[in-house]
Design a protein around this ligand. Structure first.
Ligand code: ATP
Length: 238
């Protein structure tokens, strides 16, 4: 059974202000849906309604085969309290196991953490405290924790904010790989070139759904386009 999410007249009002007019639409599995629109249009609020973080009206119907695989969320510009005494490694460990941190960590979890850090280019930084991370490093870490969760639906809010070109290519490659595995992707993105190259569908939001375009370009030959991955010296390595 494939994954679909159906929105029926989903709307949002906050403090008596209408943020999103009723939206009816369907998200398809194995497709990358780009959410575009101007600042303040309601893009982040749209994702938060889907995640159950905002009190929407209307219906959100989710159909997916494995109830244990829920939704991954990579938020926009997350900040950590600088004095928080927790390292990258400890943080990722807590997202991968239900055991408390003071239990001896099993080697399988340790190696999962290593692999995730490598996938997002944070290898060698596992001992940094969360409050010490730069904006781009925080963004990479949020991606790593989401990758560890094996989810059906990914809600990603402005994933490239603060990322250098190497990290942008890495993250794009991970998103395309998730799509190839049948994951449903919802990505808020401002860059029209990226959207045109990689999105299967473009949803324009501005106080509601004001446009919906199926991007045949990305679904055809461009679907095979893979971003270049560069090393720290900006040399192409893959
Ligand atoms: N609690 C609230 N009460 C009233 N209005 C709110 C509240 N939270 C957000 N808003 C408003 O809702 C609108 C949509 O905000 P949202 O963050 O979803 O926009 P966005 O499209 O993601 O913007 P950006 O591109 O700038 O990130 C904005 O005008 C914002 O000021």
């Amino acid at each position: 059974m494939s994954v679909t999410v159906q929105l029926k007249e989903m709307s949002l009002s906050l403090n008596d202000v209408e943020i999103l007019k009723p939206i009816s639409a369907t998200l398809q599995s194995g497709r990358l849906h780009a959410i575009t629109g101007p600042n303040g249009a309601g893009k982040s609020s749209f994702l938060k309604c889907l995640l159950g973080l905002m009190p929407h009206k209307g219906q959100i119907k989710r159909h997916w085969p494995d109830k244990n695989r829920g939704v991954a969320y990579v938020p926009q510009q997350l900040a950590f309290e600088p004095s928080l005494p927790i390292t990258i490694e400890e943080y990722l460990t807590t997202t991968l196991t239900s055991k408390a941190l003071f239990f001896k960590r099993v080697s399988s979890v340790r190696s999962q953490v290593e692999v995730l850090l490598e996938r997002v280019g944070l290898e060698g930084k596992e001992h940094l405290r969360l409050g010490q991370l730069s904006g781009g490093e925080r963004q990479r870490l949020m991606f790593a924790q989401a990758l560890g969760q094996k989810r059906h639906l990914w809600c990603v809010d402005e994933p490239m904010t603060g990322l250098d070109v190497t990290a942008q290519a890495l993250i794009t490659q991970e998103l395309l790989s998730l799509r190839a595995q049948g994951v449903t992707l919802l990505v808020v993105h401002h860059d029209p070139d990226w959207v045109s190259d990689y999105a299967d569908e473009v949803w324009s939001i501005n106080g509601g759904l004001v446009g919906h375009q199926v991007n045949l370009h990305a679904m055809g030959t461009m679907r095979l386009k893979t971003p270049k991955v560069m090393n720290r010296n900006q040399e192409v390595v893959a």
